[in-house]
Write a protein that binds this ligand. Structure first.
Ligand code: PGA
Length: 246
C-alpha cells in the first residue's frame, strides 16, 4: 500500500517538518509501508537526507527547463533536493490555472526528466447521469494520450474527487462508489496503456482520508494506496492512519 503525504502549505516550520519525517520513517520501517512525502518545496532539501525509509515528492513542477525565469522551480532542482516523485494536476493547482493542456505538458516534462508522476484527477461534483465518469475519462485521456505508450504505464493515478477534499471522514467517498471508480479508471487505462500493463498501474484515492476511514477505503478493490492531505501533517493522526493500514 502506497501512502502519499501531501503536506500542501500546512507545514512551514522546519522543526515540525523534521519531526513528521522522523515519525514517517519509523512508521515506514515498522509497518513496511511505502510512504512518499510531498513537503513545501523549500523544505525538501533539509528533509530528504539519505539513506531514508521514505521517499519525497514535489507538489507540482514547473515547465521551465531553467534559465532566466525568476521564481520557477525546475524538475532538475527538485531532483537535486531529493524528490523522486511529483504530484501533477492536483485540483488546487488546477484551481490556480493549470488547464488539461498544461497538466499534460507537466506530466510529460516530469517523466522526461526523471520524476515519477502522480497524476491527480477527479470530478467537482457527482451527478445522477454519470457525467462525472466522462469527466474523469477526459482528464485521464488528455493527460496520458500525448505520452508514448511506455511512458503512460509509468504514471501513478490519484483519484481525488474535489467534493471530498479537505473535509472529515464523514465526507470521504463511499467505499462502494470508490470501488466502482477504481474499476472505471482501470478500464480507461486499459484502453490507453500497452498490453496488460494497466493491471499493474497504481491507482490511489485521496480526499478526507483520516484514521477513521483509511482502512475501509484502502480495502476497496482496485485501490493501491492513499493520498493523504491534512491528516498527514499531524504526527498522531498520521501514525494512527498508517497503523490502520498495516
Ligand atoms: P485532504 O487532501 O486529505 O486534506 O482531503 C487530500 C488532497 O487534496 O490531496
Amino acid at each position: 500500500m502506497l501512502i502519499v503525504a501531501n503536506w500542501k502549505a500546512y507545514v512551514d516550520d522546519l522543526a515540525k517538518a523534521k519531526k513528521l519525517v522522523t515519525v514517517s520513517k519509523r512508521l515506514a520501517r515498522e509497518h513496511q509501508s511505502i510512504i512518499v512525502i510531498a513537503p513545501p518545496a523549500p523544505l525538501l532539501g533539509a528533509l530528504a537526507v539519505r539513506p531514508s525509509s521514505v521517499a519525497f515528492a514535489a507538489q507540482d513542477v514547473s515547465l521551465s527547463s531553467g534559465g532566466a525565469q525568476t521564481g520557477e522551480i525546475t524538475v532538475g532542482a527538485y531532483k537535486a533536493a531529493g524528490a523522486a516523485y511529483a504530484l501533477i494536476g492536483h485540483s488546487e493547482r488546477r484551481a490556480q490555472g493549470d488547464t488539461d493542456a498544461v497538466v499534460a505538458q507537466k506530466l510529460a516534462h516530469a517523466l522526461t526528466n526523471g520524476l515519477t508522476p502522480i497524476l491527480c484527477v477527479g470530478e467537482r461534483e457527482r451527478d445522477g447521469e454519470g457525467r462525472y465518469l466522462t469527466f474523469v475519462r477526459e482528464e485521464l485521456t488528455s493527460a496520458l494520450a500525448p505520452l508514448t505508450p511506455k511512458d503512460r504505464a509509468r504514471v501513478i493515478v490519484a483519484y481525488e474527487p474535489l467534493w471530498a477534499i479537505g473535509k472529515t471522514s464523514a465526507f470521504a467517498i463511499d467505499p462502494h462508489d470508490l470501488t466502482e471508480m477504481a474499476l472505471y479508471i482501470r478500464k480507461v487505462l486499459t484502453e490507453l496503456l500497452p498490453g496488460k500493463s494497466a493491471a499493474s498501474s497504481l491507482v490511489l484515492y485521496g480526499g478526507s482520508v483520516d484514521p477513521d476511514d483509511a482502512r475501509v477505503l484502502a480495502a476497496s478493490s482496485g485501490i493501491d494506496g492513499l493520498l493523504v492531505g491534512h491528516a498527514s501533517t499531524d504526527p498522531r493522526l498520521f501514525s494512527l492512519l498508517v497503523k490502520q493500514l498495516a
